[in-house]
Write a protein that binds this ligand. Structure first.
Ligand SMILES: NC(=O)c1ccc[n+]([C@@H]2O[C@H](COP(=O)([O-])OP(=O)(O)OC[C@H]3O[C@@H](n4cnc5c(N)ncnc54)[C@H](OP(=O)(O)O)[C@@H]3O)[C@@H](O)[C@H]2O)c1
Length: 292
């Protein structure tokens, strides 16, 4: 039957951290190029974060590596004291001494150091969702995961997340600890990690696709803003832009997807958040899936 698929607006991360599925990814509120240094217009960044919360966003994604540190500081400076329902997800395990020197370090000592620094910058006693930014090929994966489990036992982390992982790593991690989320790249244009998303859906683990508008992490703009084909056609029918259909498609694709589109402009923020209200029919989902 061709009717709008019913889509939940919320997801409970780890079974108990209830968030709106349209969140916000803060990475781009940093110095450019290289997401390095403080965001040039600190006050505009604060205003954007406050507007996101005002519009119902209660899940914000950041990382120690963004800035590094400055992105978490900006969030705290804009939103602390935090609304009681706001969940902040950060990540550790990547050090960034210069804009183009990105060093993965998933040693237990470095993860602990990173987590403690994030706790301070975010001004919280416990991080809602702490994600391993990327497995470190020089550290046994199990050791990094075990380090996060230890921080969780100590009460410094509420839920554990993983990012940039393979299916094999997910299966290994599941034997060590109950992790609550996976953050891998995924969008209507890049479905390379569909198997990982499916695994998460089956296990009721949140899947947080990064680059939901298929943007390059270090370049500005999204190739989906002016996408043609079925995305454009469906957009015209709904009176919205192709990139909004691309976000709505993700929300319809699986119930455990939480979106964190990144933007530096309030008009784009409003557009992205409005995409959460778009109802796609099964036929539209099918047509959008084939837009490439
Ligand atoms: N785990 C990881 O390794 C990893 C890697 C990369 C990113 N992330 C996370 O994922 C989040 C999202 O990723 P992302 O920012 O790279 O990619 P994205 O959300 O796919 O796209 C962001 C880009 O698209 C533009 N854009 C956003 N909304 C738009 C709109 N409505 N119309 C036109 N252009 C629009 C933005 O420019 P404007 O500023 O002009 O709007 C920005 O350049 C990040 O903030 C970060 O939290 C994680």
């Amino acid at each position: 039957m061709n009717r709008a698929t019913s889509v939940s607006t919320t997801f409970a991360i780890g079974g108990d951290l209830l968030v709106n599925r349209m969140g916000y990814g803060a990475m781009r509120l940093t110095g450019q190029p290289g997401n390095f240094g403080p965001y040039a217009d600190w006050e505009a960044g604060q205003n954007l974060l406050r507007r996101a919360v005002e519009l119902g966003v209660n899940f914000i994604d950041t990382a120690q590596a963004y800035g590094p540190g400055f992105n978490e500081e900006l969030i705290a400076s804009a939103l602390y004291p935090y609304p009681s329902n706001l969940a902040i997800a950060t990540k550790g395990g990547i050090d960034k001494p210069t804009p183009d020197n990105i060093r993965t370090n998933g040693s237990p000592e470095n993860l602990r150091r990173g987590c403690e620094a994030s706790l301070q910058r975010l001004k919280v006693d416990r991080i809602d969702l702490y994600q391993l930014h990327r497995p470190d090929l020089n550290v046994p994966f199990a050791e990094s995961v075990e380090a996060l489990a230890e921080l969780q036992r100590e009460g410094k982390i509420r839920h554990i997340g993983l990012s940039n992982v393979t299916l094999t790593q997910l299966e290994e991690a599941q034997k060590i600890v109950a992790f609550a989320s996976v953050q891998n790249r995924f969008s209507i244009r890049d479905r390379t990690h569909a198997d990982i998303l499916n695994y998460c859906t089956q296990h009721n683990i949140a899947f947080i696709p990064y680059g939901p508008l298929d943007a390059h992490p270090l370049k500005h703009g999204t190739p989906l803003a002016n996408a043609g084909g079925s995305l454009q056609e469906i957009g015209v029918r709904h009176g919205v832009k192709p990139n909004q259909i691309a976000l709505a498609w993700l929300l319809h694709y699986a119930p455990n997807i939480i979106l964190i589109p990144g933007t530096t402009t309030i008009s784009h923020l409003e557009e992205n958040i409005a995409a959460a209200s778009i109802k796609l029919t099964n036929d539209e989902m099918q047509a959008a899936s084939e837009f490439l």
